[in-house]
Design a protein around this ligand. Structure first.
Ligand code: NAP
Length: 454
């Protein structure tokens, strides 16, 4: 902390940035361009005192003045003029160590780091609290969409029973493209570029990369890990109960087939990558995966790079937050909001911050305990009696069929395609039934298995 006493008026709040990339650059720009407005809100100007980067020679989105940039993170953390350290480098390490060092040096912390907060958030919050400091992380989930503050304040009177979210813009862009265009790759073609062969997912991913909506290495997004980190942060806050990313059953979108989008559409559904955590009986179930949802659902209408989070509170009922989940401006809006909140507290005398870590002790249950409906696509021999065998096998596991339709037959292979929608069933029973179905001599394979989450 700076040497100014709590009873002396604050001349300024010193901000130290670790990272000056997409988010850090956006934050620095907002602090410069809106300096007078923020000073009026807070009661003192917020000044970027130091900013750590890896490469001093890189061009920057913002001019910070001589002596501000450094490649030594210690210069930021240990500068006595820095009151709040903003960590915007990402990843578990060295970000976690830098945040601990900042707390040890008596600095409040603002971070946009979903992976770190998902894996170590409660420990870091406890460490901050023990020192009378705070860590704020609004930007870690949903970019510019207010989520952490509502969980922490506005929804506090509620018992939250479920969180359902489209929380990864890259995958939502790809899935929207797959659903809309049938002729996937049209955006690439419109720019005179021939999309890669293979159709479906590969083309939609190439398109998203070309437009800057997907990273060159898209693994974290398309395998669902990014969504799982964000769900872990939201569920831990919302349920006030620890939910770790490795307790979340996670499936990505890479195995989806364009045919499922067509069939889902014919049945009145869409396919979205959903992150869902809910309280059932005596515990929590949490999953990230592609899901079939009715076209009439609010989440079904969230397209492109947009994110949305639907929360059920026992007092509020359903509330829905929607907006841009990434990008320099929306994300800097969230980081700066945290900075303004902390700065205001410092100006008011730096009073002790409230602990907001998990307090409950519910177990995170295996997904076998989930009960929902399912969409299954099966390749079968094109002969009479096959459907009866499949219905019987499902029935053996107490799974009943709600609707079935026969799709294209492949005359040369003498196979046909069946799409089955079930009634509600336990996931454990459904998985066991699928194993038995795959073993039937009349079945060539189960091509798709998706939850119907409506
Ligand atoms: N981008 C978004 O839309 C978005 C949205 C929400 C949350 N976030 C989160 O925000 C964080 C930052 O993301 P970003 O997109 O801004 O990343 P980025 O553009 O890659 O920027 C990272 C910055 O950190 C610096 N850096 C990396 N490692 C460092 C180290 N060891 N020491 C000092 N500086 C280091 C880099 O320096 P150089 O510039 O010299 O390479 C760069 O300035 C991540 O946690 C991310 O998940 C991002």
């Amino acid at each position: 902390m700076t040497t100014q006493g709590s009873d002396a008026p604050r001349r300024e709040i010193g901000v130290g940035l670790i990272g000056l990339g997409v988010v850090g650059g956006g934050v620095a720009r907002a602090l410069l361009e809106r300096r007078d407005y923020f000073a009026r809100r807070v009661g003192a100007p917020l000044i970027v005192r130091r900013a750590a980067v890896r490469d001093l020679s890189k061009p920057r989105a913002v001019e910070l003045g001589p002596g501000v940039l450094t490649t030594n993170v210690d210069d930021v953390i240990n500068d006595p003029a820095v009151d709040i350290v903003v960590e915007v480098i990402g990843g578990e390490e060295p970000a976690g160590s830098y945040i601990r060092q900042a707390l040890q040096a008596g600095k409040h912390v603002v971070t946009a780091n979903k992976e770190l907060m998902a894996k170590s958030g409660p420990e870091l919050l406890a460490e901050a609290h023990s020192r009378g400091l705070d860590i704020m992380f609004e930007a870690s989930v949903g970019g510019g969409i207010p989520l952490i503050a509502p969980f922490r304040r506005d929804l506090l009177a509620n018992r939250i029973t479920s969180i359902r979210a489209i929380i990864n813009g890259t995958t939502n862009y790809i899935l929207t493209d797959l659903a809309r265009s049938g002729a996937v790759g049209h955006a690439l073609r419109s720019q005179g570029i021939e999309p890669p062969p293979g159709g479906g997912f590969a083309q939609a991913l190439a398109e998203a990369q070309r437009l800057g909506y997907a990273e060159p290495d898209p693994t974290n997004d398309v395998e669902g890990y990014d969504a799982a980190y964000k769900l872990a942060v939201m569920a831990t806050l919302g349920f006030r109960n620890r939910v770790r990313p490795d307790q979340i059953d996670t499936t990505g979108i890479t195995k989806l087939d364009a045919r499922d989008f067509q069939y889902a559409q014919e049945l009145g559904y869409v396919i979205k990558l959903l992150a869902i955590a809910q309280v059932i009986d005596d515990g929590i179930v949490a999953r990230v995966g592609p899901a079939v949802i009715p076209q009439s659902e609010p989440l079904a209408k969230v397209d492109g790079v947009y994110n949305a989070v639907q929360i059920e509170g026992d007092l509020t009922g359903t509330v829905l937050f929607q907006g841009r989940g990434a990008g320099a401006d929306p994300t800097s809006s969230a980081v700066v909001a945290d900075l303004l909140d902390l700065s205001h507290a410092i100006v008011l005398g730096g009073r002790e911050r409230k602990y907001w870590g998990p307090e409950e002790d519910m177990p995170v249950l295996p997904l076998e305990r989930l009960e929902t409906r399912y969409y299954v696509r099966v390749i079968v021999s094109d002969q009479p009696g096959v459907l009866a065998q499949i219905a019987q096998t499902l029935g053996n596991h107490d799974v009943s069929i709600a609707a079935v339709s026969q799709k294209e037959a492949d005359a040369s292979a003498q196979t046909a395609e069946l799409v089955v929608m079930t009634h509600r069933a336990r996931e454990g029973a459904m998985r066991a039934a699928l194993r038995d179905i795959e073993a039937l001599p009349v079945v060539s394979g189960v091509s798709s298995f998706l939850r119907v989450e409506g």
